[in-house]
Design a protein around this ligand. Sequence first.
Ligand code: SAH
Length: 383
Amino acid sequence: MKSNEQNVVEQNLLGMSQQDLEQFFSVIDEKSFRATQLMKWMHQQGVADYEQMTNLSKSLRDWLHKNATIQLPEMLNEEISTDGTRKWLLKVDDKNAVETVFIPENDRATLCVSSQAGCALDCTFCATARQGFAGNLTAAQIISQLWFAEHRLRTQFNKRRVIGNVVFMGMGEPLANFDNVVTAIRIMMDDNAYGLGKRKVTVSTSGIVPKIDKLRDELDVSLAVSLHAPNDEIRNQLVPLNRRYPIAELMQACRRFIEDKNRKHTITFEYVMLDKINDSPQNAKQLAKLIKDVPSKVNLIPFNAFPNSGFERSSDQVIEEFREILQAAGITTITRRPRGEDIAAACGQLAGDITDKVKRQRHFEKLHEREMLDYRAEVATCA
Ligand code: SAH
């Protein structure tokens, strides 16, 4: 190992892909297999102490002590639902904490991760939006949510592997934090780390069209789109980003995402069921017409309430009728059973504990609507 320390800045190794680590080690003339060894220690074994990494030389371990950290998230709170869902509040920096949700299912478990501290998009029916926006999470802060959950639960459940799926459906808009999300996903899929299969990682987006194309070019993952409305008139009210990227453009991006013949993908459209807002039989018929040419399925999400939301959940009967109309039109439609409601861990209820750096609420009140939209789109697209 040559000493070339002045070229290396201290960084969190947890958020480095295999390729990043190889480059990191090449600076000090270490062989590329060191990257594999380190990946396995950190992600497969859950080891964060260099002294336990017994196949690394003493001199390399000493060098790592001086030049790099493996910074783990600190758990501030854990809540366990009666249905087994767990929600953790994880401290990501001095000011902010984000929420991560573990959802056990019969055959596999899913982890719902956050990609940003808060969210800048301001969807009117979402609790995260009310918290404001404090910034992007680093790749390390994203992957550390999986690190934390997987290794904590392996010990508690006495299992070799716990998490089989990751969904980016926690706090934030993943495509607005593109590079860090992509790096974190590469680590999730790396066989030396978590080895998650291609379609076992789902990126959920409110519809940043150019980034959907970019994602298609970079990674083979599943895509979920938060559609929530069958036309622009309703969607403009629910998802303000729609004014920047209206439904027709979004549908084209969805088609492009799956047009590649090597992919057997379908898009998942998420559709929150809001009483008397988007839940009529006409809405269902319009939705069926809109998406019939896009290989897709629909997840109906009964609205999860939070204080002062101003919305109500559609009745079970209305949701079932809506589902039947879509099914009859040949669209696979499931109603997402709310999980972890008793601990406010369901979709759109994650709020974390973040400092709204852009003072969004007060700031927006003063702005003209058009400016608001440009501003949000800007925040949303500056990855
Ligand atoms: N920003 C991304 C990731 C968030 S995923 C996106 O918009 O897709 C969280 C999902 O839950 C999204 O589909 C979101 O629109 C939905 N959601 C938000 N608030 C909700 C609520 N109160 N009840 C039910 N679903 C909600």
